[in-house]
Structures are given as structure tokens and as C-alpha cells.
Design a binder for this molecule. Structure first.
Ligand code: GLC
Length: 436
């Protein structure tokens, strides 16, 4: 009798447990929707430079205003790893990330998993944003993300060292850069700094290398890997020369470790005062001017050096989007609206040198006082070279991976540019066969 009672009681507990679990999972869960106060949002806050710090501060402000709980998430620095993380989350329909950061090259790849924001942002609300960025984020008529900050590759240079070595002009061409980098490097080493290098950049096989190498190619008129009409252009003589030149930098003006460097590793060497020049994005400006940086007050930025076709900056930048798997899409949209507002973008521009995606902020006196070079940024941004993500859409990741892998092999000296570029062309033809 006792045993029978225990069994009955046990079964009741199991049934109640299952019913409770079912109510939690059901999308129209009456318990949950009856308690809107329990909104909890998770926001992808990045991990490069001041990404996380500034994002967390804004998240706190938003939470205080709305009463929602918002959890800022620190995510990888490497853009390639971030993409893999998002794909994993979307594949498992995870509800664990409501607002996601979307790289400028991703809207075509992630279209199926992002909420259509068209109903939430009318044309007047988008009017201040650069129209090219809104267009980039609109796939098949669906606005998938709102531009948050924009990026273009820049050349950082040490004003004090140029002066010390008698250079009265800036390096206009890649040859000027290599020459000045060598002279300054020799001088600094002779003066006792063995750790000093002429030029640091991002050579790690990742999306950062795709951006760096695209800049070398485009500045020589070698195209953009795949052209906007779908033609595969990368295998040409100008590419061969641009890549051979970059290979010669390694071990001469750039440390061999540049092959393991992303943005943050290059910035660390630069901020320690151990490089004359650095290629990086605008965010490194604010960090270089902070207390504790050895280059504080001793550097400036300029457009990247010119090749035969001029100067070419890769166009970068990040957007905010709402995951289609979010349990609180309305509230997540509110968070996107706040983060992309003029107020939040102004804060990020002043504190972190993040380039606004709202045109009016380039006339904002406080933003310009914090970053005098912002006055020149709209021209640099509008001339910046886009990676071929629109034409290759969902295949962009494969295209970029093939490109960076072959470029990396050239830089390592494992193969010649001619051999690598013809292998790359064959790979791209294969990818195109399936994708565009
Ligand atoms: C920057 C750019 C982004 C690019 C990435 C590569 O974050 O904004 O567009 O893909 O660097 O590392």
C-alpha cells in the first residue's frame, strides 16, 4: 500500500514537471506573456578595443530607461570567428542572443535569420544614415540591420619620428612608406630599441587579411577579387606585383609575427611605441590617445598609401540586427533604435572614435574636437572599396576564405603569387558554379 502511494505521488510529480516544461517552451506561453515585466534581452557587444566597455555603458542606460534586463555579451575579436558563432546560434535557433552585430559583408549570408526591420523604421527615421549603408543592409526589399558604425582602413603614422628622421612630407605611395619605415626602423634600432619595426598590419589568415590584401590590390587597379558583375578578376599581373611587394615587407619592415596579427595585436605593438606606421581601423585612434599609451600625442592618421591606381581603403563597419529567434523582438528593436540613435552614436564617436553612420554627426563640434580627422572621413568612406559580398551573397565567406588562405601562403613564402593566384581563380570558378 505504501509502495503504491509513493508510485502515485512520483507520477504526479513527473506529470506536473512535464506540464510546466511544456508551458515554458510553447511559443504562446500564457505564463510568460502575462509577465511582460520580465523582459530579458541579450546583446552582442563585440570584443575589439572599447567595443564591450562602451556597449555595456549604453546597455545600462537603456535598461535604466526601460526597466528591461539587458545582458551585454563579450564576443570574439576575430570577425571570422564571430560569423561562425552566429551561424551556430542561428542553426540551433538559439534564443540566447536577441540583438546581434552584423559585419557589413554579412547581410546576404544571414538574411534568413534576421528580423525584417522595415515595419519599424520609416524613411524619415533612416534619412540621416548614409544611404549606401542602408542599401547594403537591405536584401530583397527587407531591411535586415541598421548601420551602427562604419569603418575604413587608415594609415597611422608617428608624427614625432617622421620629424626626428627629417621627413617633411607624408608617405604618398607604398614605396615611400617602405622607404621611410626602413630608415626609421634602422635608426630606432641603432638607438637601442631592438623591438622596433617599420610597419605593422593584419596578416593573420582571417577577414582582416582579406581587407588588408584587398587594399593592396585595389590601390594597384587589380580589382576587387570578384567584380560587381560577377566576373572573377583576381588573377592578374597587378595582383601578382601587389602581393609580391607585401611578401617582401615581412622580416624587412614588418615583423614575421605580423602573420599572426589581427587588429588588436598590431595595436598592442603600436601602442607600446614599437612601430613607425600601422594599418588599422579608426577605433585605434581613441585608444592610442588614452593615458598609458606610449604614442599618446605623437601620431596622426592619413589615407593609406597610393599604388598605380591611387589610395584604397577597405570599407568595413557593423550593423545591429534582431535575431528572428528572439523571444522579445519588439523590445530588441527598441534596443537597436536606442543604440543607433544620434545620442548613442555621438557618445561612441567621442569616447571610442567609432565612425557614425549618421551623416549629421560629422558636423557635430564635440565629435570633431575628439577626432579632428573625422572631418576627412566622409570622403574616405564614400571612396572606400567594398568587398565583393553583394554579388557573392551567401558564398562570400567561401570566397573570402579562399582568398585569405592563398594570400597567407604567399606571405609565408610557401608559394609564388603566380601559382597561388591561378589556384585561387580555379577555386573561385568552382564556388561560382554553385553560388552566383
Ligand atoms: C573591422 C571592420 C569589419 C571587418 C573586420 C575584419 O571590424 O569593420 O568590416 O570585417 O574589421 O577584421
Amino acid at each position: 500500500m505504501k509502495r503504491w502511494l509513493i508510485l502515485l505521488f512520483g507520477s504526479l510529480v513527473v506529470v506536473a514537471g512535464l506540464a510546466w516544461a511544456y508551458l515554458q517552451i510553447r511559443p504562446d506561453n500564457p505564463i510568460r506573456s502575462a509577465a511582460p515585466a520580465a523582459v530579458t534581452l541579450t546583446m552582442d557587444c563585440g570584443g575589439v578595443g572599447l567595443d564591450f566597455e562602451l556597449c555595456s555603458e549604453l546597455v545600462q542606460q537603456f535598461a535604466a530607461r526601460t526597466g528591461y534586463t539587458v545582458i551585454p555579451k563579450l564576443t570574439p575579436q576575430n570577425a571570422t570567428l564571430r560569423l561562425h558563432l552566429l551561424r551556430e546560434l542561428f542553426l540551433t535557433r538559439s534564443t540566447g542572443m536577441d540583438v546581434v552585430m552584423v559585419d557589413v559583408i554579412w547581410p546576404g549570408m544571414l538574411a534568413d535569420d534576421l528580423l525584417d526591420l522595415t515595419p519599424y523604421f520609416n524613411p524619415a527615421q533612416l534619412a540621416d544614415f548614409f544611404p549606401e549603408m542602408v542599401a547594403n543592409n537591405t536584401v530583397n526589399g527587407r531591411l535586415l540591420a541598421v548601420p551602427w558604425f562604419t569603418d575604413a582602413g587608415l594609415l597611422y603614422y608617428r608624427t614625432d619620428l617622421l620629424q626626428r628622421y627629417g621627413f617633411n612630407t607624408l608617405p604618398t605611395t607604398w614605396n615611400d612608406l617602405a622607404y621611410m619605415a626602413r630608415i626609421i626602423q634602422e635608426g630606432e634600432r641603432a638607438a637601442g630599441n631592438e623591438a622596433f619595426w617599420g610597419f605593422v598590419w593584419q596578416g593573420r589568415s582571417s577577414e582582416s587579411l582579406t581587407c588588408n590584401a584587398l587594399e593592396w590590390l585595389a590601390s594597384e587597379g587589380a580589382g576587387t577579387i570578384v567584380e560587381p558583375d560577377g566576373r572573377i578578376s583576381v588573377n592578374n599581373q597587378a595582383s601578382v606585383q601587389a602581393l609580391a611587394r607585401a611578401q617582401r615587407w615581412i622580416g624587412t619592415i614588418s615583423p614575421p609575427e605580423v602573420l599572426a596579427m589581427g587588429e588588436e595585436e598590431a595595436r598592442a605593438l603600436w601602442e607600446a611605441g614599437n612601430a613607425a606606421f600601422m594599418r588599422n581601423w579608426p577605433y585605434a585612434y581613441a585608444l592610442g590617445q588614452r593615458e598609458g599609451s606610449a604614442v599618446r600625442g605623437r601620431f596622426d592618421v592619413m589615407p593609406l598609401p597610393q599604388g598605380a591606381a591611387g589610395s584604397a581603403a577597405a570599407l568595413g563597419g557593423w550593423q545591429l540586427a534582431v535575431s528572428r529567434h528572439s523571444r522579445f523582438p519588439q523590445q530588441a528593436v527598441e534596443l537597436v533604435r536606442f543604440m543607433t540613435s544620434a545620442e548613442a552614436q555621438e557618445f561612441r564617436a567621442i569616447r571610442g572614435a567609432y565612425n557614425p553612420t549618421r551623416r549629421s554627426l560629422y558636423q557635430d563640434p564635440d565629435v570633431l574636437a575628439a577626432n579632428p580627422f573625422f572631418a576627412r572621413m566622409p570622403a574616405i568612406l564614400l571612396a572606400a572599396v567594398a568587398r565583393p559580398s553583394t554579388v557573392t551573397a551567401a558564398a562570400y565567406d567561401s570566397v573570402s576564405t579562399a582568398f585569405q588562405t592563398e594570400v597567407f601562403r604567399i606571405l609565408q613564402g610557401a608559394t609564388s603569387p603566380e601559382v597561388a593566384l591561378s589556384a585561387l581563380e580555379q577555386q573561385l570558378v568552382r564556388i561560382r558554379g554553385e553560388a552566383w
